[in-house]
Design a protein around this ligand. Sequence first.
Ligand code: PLP
Length: 396
Amino acid sequence: MANDSWTERAARVLQDNYYPARLTLVRGEGCRVFDDEGRSYLDLIAGIAVNSLGHCHPAIVRAIREQSATLMHVSNLYRNPWSVRLAEEFATRVPGSRAFFCNSGAEANEAAIKLVRRHAHFKYGPARHVIVTAEASFHGRTFAALTATGQPKYWEGFEPLVPGFRYVPYGDLAALDAAVTDDVCAVLLEPIQGESGVRVPPPGYLTRAAKLCSERGALLVFDEVQTGLGRTGTFLACEADGVLPDVVTLSKSLGGGLPLGAMLARGEASSAFVPGSHASTFGGNPVACAAALAFLETIDADRLLDRVRETGDWFMEALRRLAILQPKITGVRGRGLLIAIDLAVPAKEVALAAEARGYLINAVQENSLRFAPPFIVTREELSGFLAVLEEILHRE
Ligand code: PLP
């Protein structure tokens, strides 16, 4: 059995909830990963926006090594300094915020959904419990996060869903205006929709959504699980729109590759939870928090947000130039290092061809490719990819 391929072994013992993987990755270093046959790939999707400092960044490795030899886990019956320090870091970046820590994006959204329901329950009464979310959104796979996800294909077979959700077309202010009635406790939006293909809302949408929520007593929650922590060139993507919501959820790159999620709440919302309202055994785990502190320190010390903006602008411009020469690229969009292109050919085939040439990219939709490379990716590396993309599209 030990001689069987990883593919056969995985098929025997792992459930079928993921599409079968083609590659078995065994090592990572900087922007590159290596498979079990020693082939190397430039990772332009970075664990789907997780490995923002690249793989095995020395600062993250050092923090994990030191912390795991000092204190690995205590329950939340006790305090640990690393979760307090991490929450302090957030409070300086998201003024007035108080943190709840968990282990994933779905859990962070689950916490946010519980928080906004509880806030409205005690302030206005139980009738005000509806949460408005967007069509084509993605918020995770736990039950409330799944219900918040406005994509019926993910609901199939799991109904009945959690009651009290209402869906609006993303970017449509008139629809949002009509949906936020006096039974709505919160509006939950991604500042840029990631999984549905890096969809950037029209200018002014988030600002007007914030105004509408504050006028009607509904809380505004931004799911920044994919867009946050510098991915789009600002600490939170919503900073580019000059909006700060009541609640923000984060995860993905936060733990530098370790599982960690955070739900940050400001103002009135920050005291909706009381002792016993919500909990997570591993929430605030010292090792994950130490890794997150190293991640935040590194993006500041190495001025990586500037680099994300510069490299992202350069890459988008290069993709736009390629689109002029190559009509099979029908659209380019994104911000910072969260970018997608639309294609006139199936994206999966292009991703497969790129993989065979040593580049990992993601077919996020049938006709769209997504790029979310590490912040440290270089123009030379991206230029190499652009040449390969041009060649693949020429042949397709
Ligand atoms: N929210 C957004 C915007 C996401 O992109 C994702 C995952 O892709 C999630 C939530 C769910 O995160 P997780 O898979 O860590 O539960």
